[in-house]
Design a binder for this molecule. Structure first.
Ligand SMILES: *[C@@H]1O[C@H](CO)[C@@H](O)[C@H](O)[C@H]1NC(C)=O
Ligand SMILES: *[C@@H]1O[C@H](CO)[C@@H](O)[C@H](O)[C@H]1NC(C)=O
Ligand SMILES: *[C@@H]1O[C@H](CO)[C@@H](O)[C@H](O)[C@H]1NC(C)=O
Length: 205
């Protein structure tokens, strides 16, 4: 049998490769084991950050949306396939505590109106990998893989945070930053209306 001397790979398990293309924007971040992202953008409202890797070959983006929130609240990220700057017409991933277990569950729903029904599984997006979410250190992180609609790298993105009422997702505040949480993002160039994103910490294991 072949023998391999693993000790000849010094540090390979623990090496952190820090790739900072610029100093502003996103702080170094850690993710679930096995996940890393090439780019990020500090979003212009609600203290949220989007991390992503765009795969041109199959038109998908793997991303992590992270937003500070009370563990008794919800956060959401999504893409509006119909128009920019609007909640209505968005397909969103909503992270909230599952009532029974307290674990974080992800609702995948299309927002058909300003009082949406929030039925699960109504996305107008192709989601090739089931999303997962976690709550750690005062923030939700939602991990999403999505085929970018129309295979276009430029998308109308939305995000949000709100409270629960009786364990259910309740309406978000209707003022201030909660009405500023939309952005057009080019997943290829990283271009946004609000500043250039940065490359992020890459964890190689
Ligand atoms: C898309 O392509 C990337 C890189 O080639 C690959 O890692 C990823 O698994 C693919 N995604 C899907 C959903 O096929
Ligand atoms: C998406 O577009 C890229 C380049 O723009 C192309 O290489 C790729 O084949 C397209 N993928 C799909 C699934 O249409
Ligand atoms: C939505 O449905 C998916 C599976 O189809 C499930 O994994 C997820 O937990 C559901 N979300 C909620 C909030 O029930």
């Amino acid at each position: 049998m072949a023998r391999r001397n693993h000790s000849s790979w010094p540090l390979s398990g623990a090496m952190l490769v820090l790739l900072f293309a610029a100093a502003q924007g996103c702080a170094p971040a850690t993710f679930q084991p096995g996940r890393s992202f090439q780019r990020c953008a500090a979003l212009p409202a609600l203290g949220a950050t989007l991390y992503w890797t765009y795969h041109a070959a199959n038109g998908t983006a793997e991303l992590a949306f992270r937003a500070p929130q009370s563990a008794a609240g919800w956060v959401a990220w999504g893409i509006n396939t119909e128009r920019p700057g609007s909640m209505v017409g968005s397909s969103v991933f909503v992270a909230s505590p599952a009532a029974a277990s307290g674990a974080v569950s992800v609702l995948m729903t299309f927002l058909e109106s300003t009082s949406p029904g929030l039925a699960n599984g109504t996305l107008k997006l192709d989601v090739p990998v089931a999303p997962v979410a976690q709550y750690t250190a005062g923030a939700y992180t939602v991990y999403v893989t999505v085929a970018l609609p129309g295979n276009s790298t430029r998308q109308n993105t939305v995000w949000q945070a709100g409270a629960l009422s009786g364990g259910h997702i309740a309406a978000h505040p209707m003022s201030g930053p909660n009405l500023q949480s939309t952005m057009t993002l080019d997943f290829l160039s990283g271009g946004t209306g609000t500043g250039e994103p940065n490359f992020v910490v890459h964890r190689r294991t």
